[in-house]
Write a protein that binds this ligand. Sequence first.
Ligand SMILES: Cc1cc2nc3c(=O)[nH]c(=O)nc-3n(C[C@H](O)[C@H](O)[C@H](O)COP(=O)(O)OP(=O)(O)OC[C@H]3O[C@@H](n4cnc5c(N)ncnc54)[C@H](O)[C@@H]3O)c2cc1C
Length: 316
Amino acid sequence: MRRVNTLRSTLERTSPGLQIRPNFDLTKKTSMRMYTRAAVYAKVENPLGLRDLMHESGERGIPAFLLGGGFNTIFAQSYFEGIVYSLEGSFKDLEYIGNNIVRAGSGVKLPQLLSYVRKQGLMGLEFLTMVPGTVGGALAGNAGAGNWGLCDLVERVSLMTRDGYIANVCRNQFRYSYRHSDLRDATILEADLRLWPLNRGESDRRIEEYKSKKTNQPYNTPSSGCIFKNPKDPATGLPVSAGKLIDQCGLKGYRIRSAAVSKGHANFIVNHGDSCGEDFLALISLIRDIVYSNTGIELEMEAQIVGGPLNSVVLT
Ligand SMILES: Cc1cc2nc3c(=O)[nH]c(=O)nc-3n(C[C@H](O)[C@H](O)[C@H](O)COP(=O)(O)OP(=O)(O)OC[C@H]3O[C@@H](n4cnc5c(N)ncnc54)[C@H](O)[C@@H]3O)c2cc1C
């Protein structure tokens, strides 16, 4: 705790690119709305502030976690003894740079990006209809729908490595696949996305199609989107819906205190009240065990769990 306090006062003194808040309540910063506090919360305004934060936390060995929109992140414990930071200020810039390319800061919200792209007379992002989050979070997890993920549209991404260096990579210089990208090993600063000229009728048709596939998702109850990735059927090698597997095991509606498997879409866990990390982790373990014993298929996490035994996040 003393180390964290020293770090906080150093950053407050030395870095104008950072807004620091001690002992910060993060409950409203994630869509799961589970109670968590961070020893320090930092709003990072520009790349210099980010470099200061990386440098100081790295030197002191203090865990730092980057939070985008918080729509795919769950804090498993009620206290995070480190820094949680988010990218604000210049990381929210959005610009059309010509040649069908839009430059988006990693802190830009996806719905804002989608409407900006249409206003510029472009299309290509319809698969992100009703997908909440930020550009950085969506690139880190290659968010999308059907066969499309945001990484498919990358022309160039600018990153900051853990030692504070800025690098630019093109799409063929990093690996990505279904709900995964190597970009998450660094901090994504901004991306150039290649789109194509708008065909309004076609774009509207796709948007409606994506919307119609989401009617069973619990948009009005706190959740973190899909908890598990869709696995491959070991017999056929083809993807199977994790939600269907969970449903077939009779788990829809199953709850541990306020954490429940959604009755609409079984791959969503919803928070009906004041569920805590322990309830949530217990429910995840139970789902995994039952699906494995009934089908022989191991479910892999899609949501990011910070802290706790299922920790799926590598902290900087
Ligand atoms: C109702 C609902 C529906 C959803 N539907 C879909 C869907 O259809 N398809 C889909 O793919 N997802 C869906 N999701 C999940 C979520 O929208 C996506 O995963 C989204 O990309 C999360 O973005 P975020 O900014 O909120 O990420 P966060 O949850 O804040 O972060 C996720 C991970 O990305 C990392 N990260 C964030 N920003 C950066 C950055 N700048 N650089 C490096 N790493 C970073 C974080 O450290 C964390 O590890 C849904 C979620 C909800 C709640």
